[in-house]
Ligand binder design. Sequence first.
Ligand code: PEP
Ligand code: MG
Length: 903
Amino acid sequence: MARYVKDFSEGNKDQKDLLGGKGANLAEMTRLGLPVPPGFTITTEACRAYMADGEVPPELRVEVTQALRHLEDTMGRQLGDVHEPLLVSVRSGAKFSMPGMMETVLNVGLNDASVNGLTEFSGDERFAWDSYRRLIQMFGRTVLGIDGDVFADALDKAKAARGVTSDVDLTAADLRELVGTFKHIVREQSGRDFPQHPREQLDMAIVAVFNSWGTERARLYRRRERISDDLGTAVNVVTMVFGNLGPDSGTGVAFTRDPATGMTGDYGDYLANAQGEDVVAGIRNTLSLHDMEKVDPKAYRELRKVMRQLETHYRDLCDIEFTIERGKLWMLQTRVGKRTANAAFRIATQLVDEHLITMDEALSRVTGAQLSQLLFPQFAAGSDAVLLTKAMAASPGAAVGAAVFDPVTAQEWAATGKDVILVRRETNPDDLGGMIAAVGILTARGGKTSHAAVVARGMGRTAVVGAEELVIDPVARSLTCKGRTVVEGDVLAIDGSTGEVFLGDVPVVPSPVTTYLEDGLDAALAQAGDGEAAELVRAVDRILVHADQVRRLRVHANADNAADAARARRLGAQGVGLCRTEHQFLGERRVLIEHVVLAETDEDKQSALDALLPLQRGDFVELLEAMDSLPTTIRLLDPPLHEFLPDLTSLSVKVALAAERGEVDEQDVKLLAAVEHMHEANPMLGLRGVRLGLVVRGLFELQIRAICEAVADRLAAGGHPHAEIMVPLIGSVQELRLVRDMATTIMAEVSQTRGVTIDLPVGCMIELPRAALTAGRIADEAQFFSFGTNDLTQTTWGFSRDDVEGAFFAQYTSNGVLSVSPFETIDELGVGRLVKIAVDEGRATRPELGLGVCGEHGGDPESIRFFHGAGLDYVSCSPFRVPVARLEAGRAAVEGNTVSDSR
Ligand code: PEP
Ligand code: MG
């Protein structure tokens, strides 16, 4: 059995790993009996062997000989024969398409002798010499590495000498002369003659395709597209067919339905008397397929028949490349065609209605990423705003507003009805008011899990972060970028889906899919009218409803207040998986926590706590009302203490200035001493989470009491509250035991005073490696786990989540250490392994243990698949990502449910 070479008749479409996309589909079309020029595929395994050893495996040469002889026998012609030469194209074809990245050489087999044979065979001398000059040009550039401009210049000169402007006006004699010039160029530039031996041409072209896998631009492309460098490319050796043999020949591309809308019909371009690259080069205007019907009705009918056969077989939109050689149709390529997000949903449901696919398959044909593209208002194309820079797309959407450089101005201007974009070097909790007021947030620093990004996503606010090209001067209230200055009030437009930042207004178009998700089908249809938008909304509805029916994972939301929770619920959330209560203590309330922490006497502390209790209770009553009947997981205070205290630097400056003026404020001096005392070099690993709750007594107690009383209030009001108490940053079971005891006592007290039974589940976050590794013990005390994969990623990798993404992840992705940020998509091998250990050991201790995830990964499509496989009960994500999570959880559940190929 040959290892490295497969004839087209041996493979099929499912062998993309081995044959590459193009090879697998050529084989499939051959198998279907469609008119494919005969040929063979050199497998990706051969390329991998070549990459590993730096030389072509000796068996490959032998296998190529066998395949070539077989091909020659089939065609009844020999490669490069003097009379009726067989010519081949050598085409790259990796598993994933890498448009324009890799090499192709056409007309291999032509030389000084066989060019005459081609003249004889085609009856067209001009065509033969043109084919030969194309070979030398392509071979010189691709295989011998000669600058393509040298050939192009020589071609231009030849045209100038003849006084013509188009290639087609060169005569056979001109082209013969040009071949001489090209051969001279090859000798001069590469130090060797153009190889005359056909087999040598073939072997060199094969190696050139292998080498094109490893070029810098191909590597860069793969890194961006997250394609592994190890795959290698296949090489297809295909009998040449010619679209440039006269008016009854031609070449074209076509789609079996419109890739932008999904409508069935004729979609494609045809160019008579031309070869493949002429269509792309735009030398002459192409004809539509419709017009092709008039020019060549027979070939057109044949093409339509093949297109229908392909759709029936692939049961999907296909794109194809074809050539017509003297009236005979040849299929050069097909693949399942790329499409817009809009078309993906519509095509999927159209195919269901045509009884070509099942609803499970329709679900698997669309992605969460496509759904998100449909959710956000988008910038309309064609505006004349200036693109300032492109940075990290942190929170999707399209926002246009006046630039403001501090949160106070943001709030003031927003209060007057102005849309503002808050521009900051980075954000911190003090910016929250401004972030809420702004329609968009733009920062110069930080990554996708920086404060700005997490908070903006949580609020569904558009954000672009890490725009390092912006030089922001908050004092002057301006920014500069590439020589332009933007001052307060200038209009900025930011695209949180692409990371683009524009100077000037860009019109925004709303999405009917968002209306559907927020307000239901009827409202969306009313907005959409009855055109394409309505078809899209119906398609999204059908697929999402199906996802909800089949998914096993529940979808909860991360929501900190009643408004967010209500929105999440409208979007389909089945609970709140994480209420970050620290967000309830920002702004005006921050100082109350400061009083608790810095209180000098028990009475002072108690009075600060007493002031907080009704506020917290009020928060929870509202939240539980919004989430009535659904699980609502409330996390006790988590963040580092310093976030609740005044900033050390500003306070030091204030005290020093006051001292200079002789106006010492005793209170400030005391506060400074306390802040200095509590200052931590590494607050993320310091006094936060459960540690804070156990060390600064009173805070957790206050929160637990507020939760219990809120539950009692909701019960009294006839509600159905399902509050759960979650303890953050557990590292040891003893920590949880202490909080649990605290909770048990308080629940008993509130039950007694309020005359109701309050017995709330108590569980914990698993967000430290030690917690995951000792999950079996922690489950003794925990009724549920929720994986905090943000911190778990931070602590497993030792990556500071607020710093590294902006600092060096760009380098880490370009040098291949990371293919994607582990803060975005779960690192299955490391962090994922810890999750699995904790799931297994936790459930071994307590089979009914509730399991969920509330880190950012809960809304990431790839990670959701992983959590489905790991056996979690739910994922929890930002409200606006809930629909995406519903869809992806459905996709994970139907994976593999496809109709088998009966032909
Ligand atoms: C986490 O660490 O994954 C988590 C959800 O908590 P936070 O992001 O609030 O630290
Ligand atoms: Mg955390």
